[in-house]
Design a protein around this ligand. Structure first.
Ligand SMILES: Cc1cc2nc3c(=O)[nH]c(=O)nc-3n(C[C@H](O)[C@H](O)[C@H](O)COP(=O)(O)O)c2cc1C
Length: 396
């Protein structure tokens, strides 16, 4: 059997500040949530790692582990370095600085956020429904509704009392769209969507904090951590690329102009049906805005909730414009962050919304009779829910 050669580490080393450990059944797991490396190790690993709470030279470590042979100490240390549980001096200074943002949120929120980045999203149109059918046989679905059996019940006025009007129609008509018309969307439509969703409506004055932006969606503590980056695919007068929406100035800041369709599909976990959309809005969170005020991990929830509010506003605004909105949280996080030019630590991608034109339906015989044979197709009234025209896709 060949003997693996280890080159003793010459630099000073420190324990990564991003290591957590937990039991999975009888196995003790060590996980670096930032690098997403996970190993199974004996509890003695904790004792070794605890020696590295400050930068340690190889000589110091050999002295501290004097009861063991130098070669076995070197080997263990090198393994911990190669698996990122120990880090070399001078390599991660920028990351350390960025992580100051997360100080009040580690390890709980940081573990969740970083350990769940870049997870593979399987687009297996045929396999997924089959897998679910098999899964269902063994595990019945939890009921969608909850009822209390023996309790007083108050019947409410009929839902027919919902006032008719535009607001009701918009609410009732919002759906997730997965197929789109080929027409380009007007820049005006995009501008309205951005303005209504992310635009600053006005400023409010809070005595202790000063002027705070107010938008159509609520934001925990008025921190408004969510930024929108626009990726136009079919917008008249706008080249494909990545643009930042400056919400206080209502303008787009061009970060790069480049063909984006294939890249967008990659960004959205391979969901090719979104490649025909007119524009994608990538939402990032500028975490220091929230962490500065709320220095406890629960505040991480606020960020996600804020993104959800904005996305619903976006979908309703797009529905109101008779367009085809959608949202997705299946994201190639690191690739998006690299292309936008954010570090993924102080500013990280959270969610994406998109919009397309509704697929034109052939004009009805009535329309053709009234307007003549050349009557333009109308915007479709509802999205494809049965996916009959395309592959079987399970909405997640
Ligand atoms: C957080 C979140 C993530 C979603 N991700 C996806 C997605 O990756 N792909 C997709 O086609 N739909 C996605 N959807 C849309 C849902 O599948 C959709 O809302 C659901 O099927 C209900 O349909 P409706 O939106 O038309 O009411 C997502 C929705 C939410 C709220």
């Amino acid at each position: 059997m060949g003997v693996t050669k280890y080159t003793p580490v010459s630099k000073r080393l420190r324990r990564s500040p991003h290591v957590v450990s937990y039991w999975d059944g009888s196995q003790l797991i060590y996980e670096n949530y930032l690098t997403q490396v996970r190993i199974t190790a004996l509890p003695v690993c904790t004792a070794i790692l605890s020696l590295f709470d400050a930068w340690r030279s190889p000589q110091e470590i050999r002295a501290l582990l004097g009861g063991y042979s130098a070669s076995s100490v070197d080997r263990t240390v090198e393994k911990l370095r190669a698996t990122t549980f120990l880090e070399e001096e001078g390599k991660g200074a920028a990351t350390d600085e960025a992580f100051e943002t997360w100080r009040g949120w580690t390890p709980t929120a940081a573990f969740f956020h970083f350990a769940t980045k870049d997870v593979p999203y399987a687009v297996t149109p045929k396999a997924t429904p089959r897998e679910f059918r098999d899964w269902l046989k063994q595990h019945p679905q939890p009921p969608f509704f909850k009822h209390y059996g023996k309790t007083k019940v108050i019947k409410l006025p009929s839902d027919r009392c919902v006032p008719e009007g535009e607001f009701r129609n918009v609410l009732f008509n919002r759906r997730t769209w997965r197929s789109f018309g080929r027409q380009s969307l007007a820049l005006e439509d995009l501008a309205v969507l951005l303005n209504l969703t992310w635009g600053v409506r006005k400023f409010g004055n809070v005595p202790s904090l000063g002027r705070l932006p107010l938008k159509t969606s609520p934001s925990a503590g008025t921190r408004h951590p969510i930024e929108a980056y626009v990726v136009p695919l079919r917008i008249k007068g706008l080249r494909q690329g990545i643009y930042h929406y400056a919400s206080d100035r209502h303008q787009l800041e061009c970060l790069r102009e480049t063909p984006m369709k294939r890249r967008v599909i990659r960004y959205l976990g391979g969901q090719w049906w979104f490649g025909e959309a007119a524009a994608i809005m990538l939402m990032t969170a500028v975490l220091p805005r929230v962490a500065w005020k709320y220095r406890y991990p629960r505040a991480y929830r606020f960020v996600l909730l804020d993104a959800g509010h904005l996305c619903q506003t976006f979908c309703l605004a797009a529905t109101w414009l008779n367009l085809a909105p959608f949202c997705t949280a299946c994201l190639a996080d690191t690739s998006i962050e690299r292309d936008i030019g954010v570090d993924g630590i102080t500013e990280s991608v959270i969610y994406a919304a998109g919009v397309g034109c509704r697929r034109p339906l052939p004009s009805s015989p009535v329309v053709r009779a009234v307007r003549g044979a050349s009557a333009r197709p109308e915007r479709s009234e509802s999205p494809d829910l049965d996916f009959a025209a395309g592959p079987e896709i399970d909405p997640d």
